[in-house]
Design a protein around this ligand. Structure first.
Ligand code: AHM
Ligand code: MG
Length: 338
């Protein structure tokens, strides 16, 4: 056997694949694809690289801390929330196929063009989730979802109220010790890492699968007294078993760990947030899509998150997601509480 054969094989297997080439290759498999999605992903990638740079330099540029205004949820906006929001709007705003942009930071969606003007997609996003952690250099992230525009419905606030099962694509960018982009278009989950030296997201994993058998739970236990009996009974159970707990308090980082290592992430209803804290359309649904595509499960209480029919853009829901074996242990207790 020639010694050159395995070497050639290795070279082919280890080919570098940028996010851009990956999206083009995926589109090539679908003859009806128009290339619109690759334009959208290139804008999201540009926004991610720009925000990553701002996050790294936030203290040096003196843009940590409160902006002074409150956002639509009555929460104090961080300066970086406003900066990240502007970056995404500027990156996506000129893409011809984008009909609507809707952000956690803006009360109303921004209509860019109607369906009859070529607006095919609505993009909903949380520009910088977990931003209150920035002061201590904890990982934060951008979450996004891509929905198909309904050319008949002219009211954008209605167009975007689609259940998660209708998402065309979803993903997040984690600004942590490395900048990681995770995306799904409904054909599995792919992961890319930003190579700063060449300014490109490079594919590091295709077809990610969430592991099972990891006894790790992630929840803010400080709110335990405010949880319903089912959640409390679940916590009683994990305290008597060989479990460990990890909670960063930054959803993108907590979900990313859960996706890669398995376990369960939970944000239940509390007294302060009786419907849960996280937002259905641009936090819970995109994460649910990714987790389900990786073989996991995602619920809001006892209902599959992606089957909830949204009523409004900023609606909140409880979130439970992770490995099927781990989530089932909580769901058992929630069913028992009725
Ligand atoms: P934000 O969108 O205002 O940043 O809030 C969302 C964040 C999530 O990243 C995280 O899971 C959660 O809030 C943490 O909340 P708590 O501090 O109540 O545990
Ligand atoms: Mg958020």
């Amino acid at each position: 056997m020639s010694t050159s054969e395995p070497r050639e094989h290795e070279l082919v297997r280890d080919n570098l694949m940028s996010l851009q080439s990956h999206v083009l290759a995926e589109e090539a498999q679908h003859p009806s694809a128009t290339g619109d999605f690759s334009w959208i992903m290139s804008a999201i990638s540009l926004a991610g690289k720009t925000i990553a740079n701002k996050v790294r330099r936030a203290r040096l540029n003196d843009v940590l801390g409160l902006h002074g205004d409150q956002n639509v949820h009555g929460e104090r906006q961080q300066k970086m929330d406003v900066i990240a929001n502007e970056i995404i709007m500027r990156c996506l705003g000129d893409r011809a196929s984008v009909a609507v942009l809707a952000s956690e930071e803006d009360e109303e969606p921004t209509i860019l063009r109607r369906g009859n003007e070529g607006g095919k997609y609505c993009i909903l996003f949380d520009p910088l989730d977990g931003s209150s952690n920035l002061n201590t250099s904890v990982g934060v992230g951008t979450i996004f979802t891509v929905l198909r525009n309904d050319p008949v419905i002219l009211d954008a606030s209605k167009t975007i109220c689609q259940p998660g099962i209708q998402q065309a694509a979803a993903g997040y960018i984690l600004y942590g010790s490395s900048t990681v982009l995770v995306v799904t278009t409904g054909h599995g989950v792919d992961m890319f890492v930003l190579d700063q030296s060449i300014g490109s997201f490079l594919r590091v994993k295709q077809g990610l699968k969430i592991p099972t058998g990891n006894n790790t739970y992630s929840i803010n236990e400080a709110y335990r007294a405010a949880f319903s009996p089912g959640y409390q009974s679940y916590l009683d159970m994990v305290h008597t078993k060989p479990y460990t707990s990890r909670y960063i308090g930054s959803m993108v980082a907590d979900v990313h760990r859960t996706l890669l290592e398995g376990g369960i992430f939970i944000y239940p209803p509390t007294q302060k947030h009786p419907d849960g804290k996280l937002r259905l359309l641009y936090e819970a649904n995109p994460m649910a899509f990714i987790i389900e595509q990786a073989g996991g499960v995602a619920y809001s209480g006892l209902q599959r998150t992606m089957e909830i029919v949204p009523e409004q853009l900023h609606q909140r829901v409880p979130v439970t997601l992770g490995s099927p074996d781990q989530v089932e242990l909580l769901q058992d207790r929630l069913r028992a509480e009725g």
